[in-house]
Design a binder for this molecule. Structure first.
Ligand SMILES: [Zn+2]
Ligand SMILES: [Zn+2]
Length: 276
């Protein structure tokens, strides 16, 4: 069993129809979330699961659009637990500081709930794992491997490969093509990549927006990574700029010039299943 649900396909600019960066990976008997951007708990519910059902949260990097609702995941996981229940959070170096700060922000809320509910006698139970490239999870037939990605000056950043039996998917965050990503993607069934359309971004006369080109994969670059690594399906997410309604086929057509496999243009709650 390997299915991926795009919980949020938006970029940092608020959009009525696109939540922030977050992807649900259902593999074997496990449920993981990669990143926890704007609206992650709402979209998890829409996908039929809840924070308490997660076996781990993986963060690709600490940009706000990828972590801004991590505090909501932590709180919701905690208040729905019937007994002390661990929430494992995996991320690059720096994750511990971010989570500690989120916990400090949640301090008043935790004190109110602990004072109010006699049966709630524990604080959120978190396991924070700042990880290096390599195998970072191996349990119940599910293996997760991390590799360095390239989103400089944001450092360090990670991409993740989830494996179960003969299936594999890679969830890359914001990154340029790089060797670590190529290796991670090799022969994967699904490759989920945040993408940018350089032709459209260059039309916006704002340097801060044009700056985004130099640390995201363009559609062409994502498609070339997919082709080099011989993945089965390329999934386009976190589109920059926000695609105009009806333009989806244009995005797919650009990728098609460089990749002959399946291409999925992601909207929120798009589900992609690996065929075995
Ligand atoms: Zn981003
Ligand atoms: Zn980023």
């Amino acid at each position: 069993m390997l299915s991926v649900t795009l919980l949020g396909t938006g970029n940092p600019l608020p959009d009525a129809h696109r939540a922030g960066a977050a992807t649900l990976v259902h593999i074997g008997a496990k449920h993981f979330v990669v990143d926890s951007g704007r609206g992650v708990c709402m979209r998890l519910a829409a996908a039929g699961t809840l924070p308490i059902n997660l076996d781990g949260v993986f963060l690709t990097h600490l940009h706000s659009d990828h972590i801004c609702d991590l505090n909501d995941l932590i709180t919701t996981h905690w208040i729905m637990s019937r007994a002390p229940t661990l929430l494992s959070i995996f991320g690059p170096v720096g994750t511990r500081g971010v989570v500690d700060a989120a916990m400090a922000m949640l301090g008043p809320d935790m004190s109110y709930r602990l004072a109010h509910h006699a049966d709630l006698t524990w604080e959120p139970q978190l396991e924070i794992r700042e990880i290096a490239p390599g195998v970072v999870f191996n349990d119940d037939g599910v293996r997760v491997q991390a590799a360095m990605s390239d989103h400089r000056p944001v450092e360090p950043t990670l991409a993740y490969r989830f494996e179960h039996e003969d299936t594999a998917c890679v969830v890359a965050g914001d990154t340029l093509p790089c060797q670590g990503l190529d290796e991670l993607c090799t022969d994967a069934d699904l490759y989920i990549q945040t993408v940018l359309r350089e032709d459209l971004v260059r039309l916006v006369p704002m340097q801060r927006f044009i700056d985004t080109i130099d640390y995201h994969s363009t559609i062409e670059q994502a498609a070339k990574t997919a082709a080099r690594a011989r993945v089965g399906t390329l999934v386009l997410t976190h589109q920059i700029p926000t695609p105009a309604p009806g333009s989806e086929e244009e995005w797919v057509a650009i990728a098609r010039r460089h990749f002959s496999g399946a291409i999925v243009f992601g909207a929120d709650l798009t589900e992609v299943t690996a065929s075995i």
